[in-house]
Design a binder for this molecule. Structure first.
Ligand SMILES: [Zn+2]
Ligand SMILES: [Zn+2]
Length: 375
C-alpha cells in the first residue's frame, strides 16, 4: 500500500508546489530535531521530509500520482538515493525550506535524465480477471535511439562544451539593489543547464537520444485482480532524455461488466428467478458458473430475496490462498396470466390453506387498515 504523501503534509491531491512548500515549512518548524527533541516528533519529521521529497521531485510526484511509491523497491534511486533519515533534513534543506532558497543550481545538470512512467488501460472480461491471463499489450512510447544509443549526436561527432557558460551549466548576472550588488545565478540558456551542446544532432532522434516506437509487451495478469488495480512493469515506461533509464509502465485493469455475475471483491453475485410453484415445492437448478455447471438445491418454501452461498466458487484471493464465494440471490416470480383452469386450481389451493381472505401480518398495529382493505 502506497503512503499517502499528500495526507502526510495535510494536503489533498493536486496541491500546488507553493502549497507543498508552505505545508512542509510549517510542519518542519515544529518537528525538526533541532527544535523538537521528542523522538516521536523526529519520526514524524522524517515522514514529513519524505513526503516533501516525494512531492517536490517531478518524477517522484508523477509516481505518487500514478498510485505508486517512489521509494518503493529503490525505484527512486536517483539523485540523493532513497531517503535514509540522515540523508535528507539536513541544515541546507531546512534553510531552503525556511527561506525559500529553492533548488540552488550546483554545477551543470545531467543531460541524461530518468524517463517518465506510462499508464495504459487493459480491458478484460470477468473470467480473465478471475482466472488470470497473459495478454499482449501494444504501447507507443519513447525508446532508446539506436542510431546514437542515446548520445544524441550524429555519427562521428561529439557533444562539445558550451561556449556560453564554459561547461558550468549556469550563468551569473550582477544586479544592483538597495542591498548592494546581488549576483543572480540561473541555468545557462544556450545549453539548458547541461554545460554541453550538440553541434550536429543525431538525424534520427534530433539530439534527444530517444525515439517513439510501438512495442508489444506480454503482460501476465494474476488470477484475482480487480477493476482499477495496476500492474507495474518495471523499466517498460519511457526512456529518459539522453537515453536515461526508463520509467515504469503501469497497466490498469478495467473489468468489463458480465451478463450474469457482478463482482464484489472476491465474491461473485448473481440472480436467479424461480416460478412461485418451484419456490414452494423446491427444485434443483443448473447454474452456469465460471467453472462450468453447478447444481443448486432450492429447498421447498424458499422465500423471495433468499440468498444461497456457494462456498469457494468466487474469485481467487489475489494475495492469499482460497477463493471467495458465489452468492446466488433468489427472486420468486408471481404468475400473471392464468387461464381458467389454473385460476380455479389456485383458488382451490387458497381456500384449502385458508388464504382466500388473508389477514395481513402485522396489520393490528396499523389501526386495522389492512384488514379493512381485504374485506
Ligand atoms: Zn551553457
Ligand atoms: Zn539518435
Amino acid at each position: 500500500m502506497a503512503t499517502d504523501y499528500y495526507g502526510v503534509l495535510g494536503l489533498s491531491r493536486g496541491a500546488s508546489d507553493a502549497e507543498i512548500k508552505k505545508a512542509y515549512r510549517r510542519l518542519a518548524r515544529d518537528l525538526h530535531p533541532d527544535v523538537n527533541p521528542d523522538p516521536e516528533a523526529k519520526e514524524r519529521f522524517q515522514e514529513v521530509s519524505r513526503a516533501y521529497q516525494a512531492l517536490t521531485d517531478p518524477e517522484k510526484r508523477r509516481i505518487v500520482d500514478l498510485g505508486g511509491d517512489p521509494f518503493d523497491n529503490g525505484a527512486a534511486a536517483g539523485a540523493g538515493g532513497p531517503f535514509a533519515g540522515a540523508g535528507f533534513g539536513g541544515l541546507g534543506d531546512i534553510m531552503d525550506a525556511f527561506f525559500g532558497g529553492g533548488a540552488a543550481t550546483r554545477g551543470p545538470r545531467s543531460r541524461v535524465r530518468a524517463g517518465g512512467d506510462a499508464l495504459i488501460r487493459l480491458d478484460l472480461d470477468l473470467d480473465e480477471t478471475v482466472f488470470g491471463t497473459t495478454r499482449d499489450i501494444t504501447v507507443d512510447t519513447a525508446v532508446l535511439c539506436d542510431a546514437c544509443t542515446g548520445a544524441g549526436t550524429a555519427p562521428g561527432t561529439h557533444a562539445t562544451t558550451c561556449a556560453t557558460c564554459s561547461g558550468r551549466g549556469e550563468v551569473q548576472s550582477v544586479q544592483r539593489s538597495f542591498l548592494g550588488q546581488v549576483v543572480a545565478t540561473r541555468p545557462c540558456p544556450t545549453c539548458a543547464g547541461t554545460g554541453q551542446v550538440i553541434p550536429e544532432p543525431c538525424p534520427k532522434c534530433g539530439g534527444d537520444g530517444r525515439v517513439r516506437a510501438r512495442r508489444t509487451i506480454p503482460v501476465k495478469v494474476p488470477a484475482g485482480v480487480e477493476d482499477g488495480m495496476r500492474i507495474r512493469l518495471t523499466g517498460h515506461g519511457e526512456v529518459g532524455p539522453g537515453g536515461g533509464p526508463a520509467g515504469d509502465l503501469y497497466v490498469e485493469i478495467a473489468e468489463r461488466p458480465h451478463a450474469v455475475f457482478t463482482r464484489d471483491g472476491e465474491d461473485l453475485h448473481c440472480r436467479v428467478t424461480l416460478p412461485m410453484t418451484a419456490a414452494a415445492l423446491g427444485t434443483t437448478l443448473t447454474l452456469e458458473t465460471l467453472n462450468g455447471e453447478e447444481e443448486i438445491d432450492i429447498r421447498p418454501g424458499t422465500q423471495p430475496g433468499s440468498v444461497l452461498t456457494l462456498r469457494a466458487k468466487g474469485a481467487p484471493r489475489l494475495r492469499a490462498t482460497g477463493r471467495g464465494n458465489l452468492v446466488v440471490h433468489v427472486e420468486v416470480e408471481t404468475p400473471t396470466r392464468l387461464d381458467a383452469e389454473q385460476e380455479k386450481l389456485l383458488r382451490e389451493l387458497a381456500a384449502l390453506r385458508g388464504e382466500d381472505r388473508p389477514a395481513a401480518a402485522g396489520a393490528e398495529g396499523h389501526g386495522g387498515l389492512f384488514s379493512r382493505l381485504f374485506k
